[in-house]
Each structure stands twice: as C-alpha cells, then as structure tokens.
Design a protein around this ligand. Structure first.
Ligand code: BMA
Length: 363
C-alpha cells in the first residue's frame, strides 16, 4: 500500500516536471532544467550575481556589453538580476529607466552566454499608482477580495507575456527551449516598506497573495519559472510568510551592510543564512543570499574579508550584489576600475569557489 502511493507520488512529480514536445518526445520543462543545473553548480561553488550588470555602471550608462564586474573581475557575473517594476502599468521603461525591450535583450544575451537570470518586481501600488514603497494599508486584502483582482491579474498577465517572450531558439539548454528565470515576487515581505508586506498585510493574506501569482503564472507561462521566496534581515522565522512547498523552489534572504559595520553584517549574514539553509534542507529547496552589498564600498577588503568568510561555509547557490547606480553614487555595490576595492574584488573573483560565467560553463 505504502509502496504504491510512494511510486504514484514519484510519477506525479516527474510528470509535472516534464512536458511533451511537438514531436512527441518527453522533455524536461525549462524551469526543471534550470533547477537541476542550479543544484549541480552548487557543488562547484557559489555563483556571483549583479543587479542590472550590463545596463549601467558607476560612471557609465547605456554602452552595449559593458559591465563593471567584467572590467574588474575579467568575466561577466554568473547571475544577472533585473527588475520588472513598471511593467504592471504598461510602461516602456522600468523604475530605473531601463527599457523592457533592453531587459528582454539582456536576459536573452545572458542566457546565450550560459548565465542565470533572476527577476525581482518593484510593482507599483495598485490603489494609488504610487511606488512599491507607498504602503497604503490593506491593499493585498483589497486585491484578493475581488474589487482589485482584475487589476492584479491584468498586471500578472503582463509579467506572463514578458516571461513567455524569453523563449529563444536555439537555446543554451536545448534546442527550442530556454527562457527559464528565477522569479522572486513580493520580496522582503517581513519589512513594513512595501505595500505587500509587514503591517500592510497579514502573513495569512501574504501567503494567499504569493500563491495567487504562482498559480496564475504557472497557468499562463508554465514551466518557465524557478520560484524564489526571500524575506529581509529581521525575519525571525522562514515559516511565517512561507506560501508552501508547492509554490517555492528556492529560499533566500536580503541582507546589506548599510552602516559600514562589517562585524554586524557578518553576524547578520551568518544568522540569516543559517536560518535559510536549515529551512531549505528541511523543505528540499535551494538557498541563496538573494540581495546584498556594502553600500558605497567603504571597506577596501570587504569582498574577501567580510563577504566571503560570511557566506562560504553555507550551501547556497548564489549571492546577488545590488546595482551600481550611475545616477546615484550612494548605490555602489560592486568595484569598478580604479576604485579602492578593485584589487580585493579581483582576489574575490579569483577564489576557486566564486563562480562567474566561464566557471559555470566549463565542459
Ligand atoms: C532598490 C534601490 C532603488 C531601485 C530599486 C529597484 O533597492 O536600488 O533605487 O529603484 O531597488 O531596482
């Protein structure tokens, strides 16, 4: 009896991860291929990621193929992060003035160089049209209760159309397939700053909110998303907002060194990643440091003396360093040529277990 139900469950799991190609051959879904690849790569080391890497850097903007990471480390980051904020309104550019056509192009370019892509979504407040940081109370309830559902679903449809458009042929992971991305919606939900989190919702509503986007996108663009769930520093448990094993593939946490306090940052990362990795192990999920960085890079050896010792002992897939905003020099998280941290970032990149594009594409 037990044996039958276990094997039935196994068949169901395998089938849900497969789809039929037009020729009738069974092939794994792109998201399943990506998950397998992430698990495999983790045995090699920790992938280094950077937000908006090829769109702009500390002192430049809009120069094709340029990258602060490549100019210092000698290679593109293994993971690139991009943000969909603005797509919900039908805007042509995201909240950081990067056009969605360019984002699509760079996602495909990153896939073609054999890299990984993760998407976040600083989605505007649906009630008043203001930013993601405008916490008009009760919005998740309003959106799920019917009055706002059409508006929410309309926005989700735009995300689905965008993600569907990422299919390329040929693709690095198999002829005619590809386009799978890590998607990390409704992030940092334990903080009060986003309209979908903290005191602006309840854990119960949040879980329904996350489950809803999961259900809709798996219906509209099935098998293209590796689902990430990540609270912010300050979360005391992963369980509180967790939408459930069937909605999530990867768990993470966002932790920054905003105060130029390496010791506090190291402690926060160690405690945060311990919580995330214990949870990931128990739930058979991947783990990551989904956003991080030392604001304005004021410590010259931050990468090798603070970041690496804090993360290297944990079984995580990647670390995503936040953006080098060309128009706001407060937002500097990765070295660039000539910066005081350049030698240290080079040394960090040269470590055997920090992975960049070439490292994850070795035969
Ligand atoms: C935030 C900041 C903002 C930016 C947003 C989306 O953390 O970097 O300046 O607009 O991410 O990229």
């Amino acid at each position: 009896m037990t044996r039958i139900s276990i094997s039935t469950a196994f068949v169901a799991l395998v089938c849900s991860a497969m789809c039929f190609a037009a020729c009738g051959k069974i092939i794994a879904q792109p998201s399943h291929q990506l998950l397998n690849r992430l698990a495999r790569l983790q045995r090699q080391g920790i992938m280094v990621g950077h937000q908006d890497d090829t769109f702009y850097g500390h002192n430049w903007h809009g120069e094709p193929d340029r990258s602060d990471v490549k100019e210092t480390a000698g290679d593109y980051p293994a993971v690139m992060g991009f943000d969909l904020g603005g797509l919900e309104n039908g805007d042509s550019e995201n909240l950081d003035h990067v056009s969605f056509a360019d984002i699509r192009r760079e996602i495909i370019a990153q896939h073609e160089r054999g890299g990984i892509v993760t998407l976040s979504w600083h989605c505007r407040n649906f009630v008043n049209g203001k930013t993601a940081w405008d916490p008009q109370g009760g919005e998740t309830a309003w959106l799920l209760d019917g009055a706002g559902l059409a508006r929410l679903d309309n926005a989700i449809k735009k995300v689905a159309d965008f993600i569907s458009s990422l299919h390329t042929s040929p693709s690095p992971i198999g002829e005619g397939r590809g386009g799978a991305v890590i998607f990390r919606p409704w992030h940092e939900m334990n903080g009060d700053w986003f309209w979908w989190g903290g005191k602006n919702t309840t854990p119960e509503l949040y879980r329904r909110f996350y489950s809803h986007i999961h259900e809709e996108l798996e219906r509209l663009c099935p098998g293209q998303i590796v689902w990430a769930f990540s609270p912010n520093l300050g979360a005391t448990s992963m369980e509180e907002y967790y939408p459930g094993d069937k909605c999530v593939d990867l768990v993470g946490i966002d932790i920054y060194d905003f105060d130029n306090n390496a010791r506090a940052y190291a402690r926060n990362v160690e405690e945060g990643l311990r919580m995330v990795c214990d949870f990931a192990k128990k739930h058979h999920k991947l783990a990551a440091l989904t956003e991080t960085g030392c604001q304005q890079l004021q410590q010259t050896e931050w990468f090798t003396k603070t970041l690496w010792p804090s993360i290297s002992g944990f079984p995580i897939s990647y670390v995503l360093l936040w953006r080098n905003a060309w128009d706001n020099h407060k937002e500097l998280y990765v070295s660039y040529p000539g910066h005081a941290t350049e030698p240290d970032f080079k040394a960090f990149a040269a470590l055997k277990r920090t992975l960049f594009i070439k490292d994850i594409n070795k035969p």
